[in-house]
Design a protein around this ligand. Structure first.
Ligand code: NI
Length: 422
């Protein structure tokens, strides 16, 4: 594998430094000596070098449904628009939808993403080809298909866990308490124990979800899930918008990690998660885009900005979620939220997942505080180079692993085929 030296960027968490990459890992953070040999030297003066962004929640292939069902409440959005289309999905659709998502994510500086969906082996295949790091699960919901879905999640783990030089991690994906009641969670937890896997689940996304849980079980979704034993496993909970102080206590005590997805929560009118309170309770909170049909993009810069802005706005407190914290949520905290140990920061020995941002732009000038520039002013289109696992995936405006034109064409073709069947 090619060794690369990035000369002179501003490095997140470090300051001005050179960054050397060898054998897929960060080998130097500091000053390169004159005698150091690298296959390539990239002049990065005037750039910010940050850890590749980590997208902690999503459904990649839902890029196919971008803009197809907007301005509807979550339940109607799911029941009337999304579920009928998803019922017709094919493996091919998921492959091209996932590839489209990866092209967008790489362009926006994201090197790691999480996924919960159907035909997940197609997303795994696309991730292996695209060179991204991926944490994947088969979405599991109660119904006649649960048994098959569980079998598919097992197969996904057996075939894909730790593949692609360790870039692919498999988790189990119970969709939510309202689609996976306690009895149905039992076989899922048995499988998690057997295969030693973490789980991801949507939790307390809407007020209705919480009201329904209280009507049915006399408790919040968080309290019910704790009783099922779910939290004895490593768990990534998506959303956690409507959680009480007691719920936050339960989540913190059980070391449940959270994906905060501000744009999706705003677009679906779900509300705003009490992230400052979760962080104050010592919880690990990363950022996610959710699927492209509830966002409508996979831009982690926008998530950073939203996370940095909305909590200030609703609490009338401009000190909440400062720029540096927003960047950490999109990088190091995100990696921790996914239980990944050697990505998420620019340190010697870490995997070389790197995003380079060109600060030499009118909207980022004059240069003063790169952290604030990134959180408050930078755009996905300011990303000039992306490296994952030591391999360059984007350079000089070109994706190196994905045929972008073909991907756009195939995704359009797949959507048309799905719509014709409705
Ligand atoms: Ni989701």
């Amino acid at each position: 594998m090619e060794s690369v030296l990035f000369k002179g960027p501003w490095v997140a968490g470090v300051g001005e430094a050179d960054v050397g990459v060898r054998d897929g890992r960060i080998a130097l953070v500091g000053r390169a000596e004159a005698g150091d040999r690298y296959d390539r030297i990239i002049e990065a003066d005037g750039c910010a070098l940050i850890p590749g962004l980590v997208n902690c929640h999503g459904h990649a292939a839902m890029t196919l449904f971008r803009g197809i069902a907007d301005d509807l409440p979550l339940r109607r959005w799911l029941e009337e628009k999304i579920w009928p289309l998803e019922a017709k999905l094919t493996a091919e659709c998921v492959y091209w939808g996932s590839m489209l998502a990866m092209a967008e994510m790489i362009r926006g500086g994201t090197t790691t993403f999480t996924d919960m969906y159907f035909f997940e082996e197609e997303t795994a295949r696309a991730a292996e080809e695209a060179g991204m790091r991926a944490v994947l699960s088969r979405g599991l919901a109660v119904g006649p298909n649960l048994h098959n879905a569980l079998r598919e999640n097992r197969q996904l783990a057996e075939e894909w866990h730790q593949r692609g030089d360790g870039r692919i991690t498999v988790q189990l994906g119970p969709h939510a308490l309202y689609t996976c009641p306690p009895r149905q969670l039992e076989p899922i937890l048995d499988l998690a124990a057997e295969l030693d896997l973490a789980l991801q689940i949507h939790v307390a996304e809407t007020k209705e979800e919480v009201e329904e849980s209280i009507a049915r079980y006399g408790k919040s979704p968080v309290a019910v899930l704790e009783e099922t034993g779910l939290f004895q496993f490593p768990v990534l909970a998506a959303h956690c918008v409507h959680v009480s102080e007691e719920d936050i206590g339960i989540l913190a005590r059980n070391k449940v990690h959270v994906s905060h997805n501000p744009v999706s929560n705003l677009k679906l009118g779900s509300g705003i998660a009490p992230v400052p309170q979760m962080l104050a309770a010592g919880m690990i909170v990363g950022l996610g885009t959710d699927g492209a049909s509830s966002n409508n993009n996979l831009d982690m810069f926008l998530e950073m900005r939203m996370a940095a802005l909305i909590h200030k706005g609703i609490a009338n407190d401009p000190t909440l979620v400062p720029a540096g914290l927003a960047l950490e949520m999109a990088t190091s905290l995100g990696a921790k939220a996914l239980f990944l140990e050697d990505v998420g920061s620019i340190e010697e020995g870490m995997k070389a997942d790197i995003t380079l941002i060109d600060l030499n732009q009118v909207h980022l000038s004059p240069r003063h505080d790169p952290c604030a520039a990134i959180a408050y002013a930078a755009k996905a289109s300011d990303v000039t180079l992306v490296m994952a696992d030591g391999r360059i995936l984007l350079e000089e405006g070109r994706l190196t692993t994905i045929d972008e034109e073909r991907t756009i064409y195939e995704a359009q073709r797949c959507l048309r085929a799905l719509q014709e069947q409705l």
